[in-house]
Design a protein around this ligand. Structure first.
Ligand code: ATP
Ligand code: MG
Length: 660
């Protein structure tokens, strides 16, 4: 391996928390000291925020690393913690979900409603023969039944595997087969970009190749005609007719709660397994701490889809275990108009908004006039997740959504980590635009060099986690070897074979520590570029491009180069009104190359910049640089099955020949 990451970007702006928020924050700076003094006691106190029917005997069993057990011997029911206990505490009338369909229909669902719906679904699943430990695949649009289906599985101890509703029949087949799911829960369809988008035909096609599937449960959402067979059951004829009483049984803290496949940005998706007690503990604690969630006054909205881990931890399990009120939205941000998100914030008086950099950059491209048309004064806290957020996107978010003063929590975590790991605390941290700042209390993260040595402040390298955490993945479903190979064999005991070395989790992301020791994510290790012997981060070059007023979004890759080893090739989407035809385009490209060289240094000057209308993204909105690398090196494209829109690659190819 070559030298660790070069550290190029120098961002010095810093924004302390608003005094009012800090004065009333759920979590103060003491939490860091408490966790530092005794990490396991700290997590034990967070676990005690949940209702357990049997107390654990041991906080952490790490005797067989890297296979962890948390809250060993404890028992609880996840759905009870998310629903029953709020209803029993007299909060049944409180709104759990303000649901908004894409066409504009809406539903208000209280905790008592959600509890009843979940009990009915639990009874119906039991009638279909589902028992604890069985796997249930969930392939639904963003409708309340998606949350109900997950909670019903949790309630009866079935392990859910949610598959994003935009995935193809092949992707669905692979995931159903990998987990041998017994039941699939789906809908006739959902609304997408102003029209019904069918799901049931995809399930029919998938299930034809999945002998494990005995039943398919179908929610009626669009009312379109669907094919029908003996294994199909309508939700409204089964679940909605089932008894509303159901007593939740407790499960072991390590009982499998769900399998979720990673989004496939880098490789074949991995079936990440999460279990019960530790997962819920950290999902609940981080919702409370990082969002400063106040169940009595906040209206929270996470714009992710339930098909991603963000939807699991920060739509279903985190907010509901805290008894929060939230908004859930079915559709796309530009249907029927580009102000849709802001209209929803305004309508429900949303106080906390959690979204992704890809959406913020899209909003930047559309222009700040759009959010300016709405009343966003209810907002008090903003969050970001999914990719590094470029400093200019961070500033835009604060300025045009956050009235120039709201704290932004940039939360680093992964499907594998289950919950947030590195993030500012909104009442404590003076955040820097583009930095995830510091590991949360109870989390031990570090940046190391090729040898696994901690880098000094100012240095760059690989992000690792040095200690197990409650919501960590327990394995890759059915593939312990791939689990060890992927995460535990790069550094520490898994690399050296020396049992005296600590076990170190390799996250797969590049990172740096700035002069104050704050953490900056630099993109995936697979994407790092090696230019004239220097490892250069894609994120930093992209952020430099986005800091130019004509650029809304950029992706950067390293392409083979005879002189420098790799050379930087950039793809940039111009902002709305930018003139790019002919001469003007050439001029802009020259200006952008110089702008990057000036911002980051000559080593980072792109060899080539292409102005493109779109970038290839996964269905969760992350840029897929490996495909752009194929373009830059004139290779045929690799696996495109997790791509959101495969026509984007044609667009880029045609845009390139014209624009160059
Ligand atoms: P695959 O592992 O299959 O390639 P994926 O990594 O995209 O897919 P996820 O688990 O959804 O699947 O994404 C986690 C990754 O997203 C992180 O490893 C990191 O690269 C990126 N990420 C998430 N949040 C942030 C953040 N706040 N800052 C920087 N990067 C982030
Ligand atoms: Mg990953």
């Amino acid at each position: 391996m070559s030298e660790a990451l070069a550290n190029l970007l120098n961002e010095t702006r810093q924004f302390p928390p608003p005094a009012e928020l800090a004065a009333d924050a759920n979590v103060t700076a003491d939490a860091y000291a408490e966790a530092e003094a005794d990490r396991l006691a700290f997590w034990e106190r967070q676990a005690a925020r949940l209702a357990w029917t049997k107390q654990w005997d041991q906080v952490l069993d790490w005797s067989r690393p890297p296979f962890a057990k948390w809250f060993v011997g404890g028992q609880l029911n996840v759905a009870y913690n998310c629903l029953d206990r709020h209803v029993e505490a007299g909060r049944g009338d409180k709104v759990a979900i303000h649901w908004e369909g894409e066409p504009g229909d809406s539903r208000t669902i209280t905790y008592a409603d959600l509890h009843r719906m979940t009990c009915q679904a639990a009874n119906a699943l039991t009638d279909l023969g589902v028992t604890a430990g069985d796997r249930v695949a969930i392939y639904l649009p963003m409708i309340p039944e998606a949350a109900v289906a997950m909670l019903a599985c949790a309630r009866i101890g079935a392990t859910h595997s949610v598959v994003f509703g935009g995935f193809s029949a092949d992707a669905l087949t692979n995931r159903i087969q990998d987990a041998s799911a017994k039941v699939v829960i789906t809908a006739d369809g959902g609304y997408r970009r102003g029209k019904p988008s069918a799901l049931k035909p995809t399930v029919d096609e998938a299930v034809a190749n999945c002998p494990s599937v005995e039943h398919v449960l179908v929610v009626r959402r669009t009312g379109e005609d669907v094919g029908w067979s003996e294994r199909d059951h309508w939700w409204h004829e089964t679940v909605e007719q089932a008894p509303a009483e159901h007593t939740a049984q407790s499960f072991d803290s390590e009982h499998p709660l769900f399998i979720l496949y990673t989004s496939g940005t880098t490789a074949r998706p991995k079936g990440i397994l999460h279990t019960t007690g530790g997962y819920l503990t950290q999902a609940a604690y981080t919702s409370y701490a990082v969002f400063d969630l106040k169940p009595d006054s906040d209206v929270y909205w996470c714009t992710a889809d339930i098909g991603w881990v963000t939807g699991h931890s920060y739509i279903v399990y985190g907010p509901l275990s805290n008894g929060a009120t939230q908004v859930m939205y079915e559709g796309t941000p530009d249907t029927p108009h580009k102000g849709r998100f802001w209209e929803i914030v305004d309508r429900y008086r949303v106080t906390i908004l959690y979204t992704a950099p890809t959406l913020i950059r899209t909003m930047m491209k559309w222009g700040e006039e759009i959010p300016a048309e709405y009343n966003l004064s209810s907002l008090r806290l903003l969050g970001s997740v999914g990719e590094p957020i470029n400093p200019e996107a961070w500033m835009w978010y604060r300025q045009h959504v956050g009235h120039g003063e709201l704290p932004i929590v940039d939360t680093w975590w992964q499907t594998e980590t289950g919950s947030m790991m590195i993030s500012p605390l909104p009442g404590v941290t003076a955040a820097k635009p583009g930095s995830a700042m510091t590991p949360l209390p109870g989390v031990v993260a570090d940046v190391v060099d090729d040898q696994g040595q901690s880098v000094p402040n100012g240095g760059g390298g690989y992000l690792v986690l040095r200690e197990p955490w409650p919501s960590m993945l327990r394995t890759i479903w059915g593939d312990d070897n791939r689990f060890i190979e992927t995460y535990w064999s790069r550094f520490g005991a898994g690399a050296s074979g020396d049992a005296n070395d600590p076990w170190i989790y390799f996250a797969g992301d590049g990172a740096k520590k700035d002069d104050d020791g704050h953490v900056w994510l630099l993109g995936r290790v697979d994407d790092v570029m090696l230019v004239s012997g220097h490892n250069i981060s894609t994120t930093e070059v992209e952020s430099a491009l986005v800091s130019h007023p004509s650029v809304a979004e950029a992706a950067v890759v390293g392409a083979t180069d005879p002189t420098t080893g790799q050379a930087i090739v950039a793809f940039a989407i111009p902002r709305g009104s930018t003139e790019i035809s002919g001469e003007a385009g050439e001029q802009l490209i020259a200006e952008l190359r110089n702008h990057v060289a000036k911002t980051l240094g000559p080593i980072a000057k792109p060899r080539q910049i292409m102005l493109v209308p779109e970038l290839p993204k996964t269905r969760s909105g992350k840029i897929m640089r490996r495909l752009l690398r194929d373009v830059a090196e004139n290779r045929s494209l690799g696996d495109v099955t997790t791509l959101q829109d495969s026509s984007v690659m044609d667009l880029i190819a045609s845009g390139m020949s014209g624009g160059k």
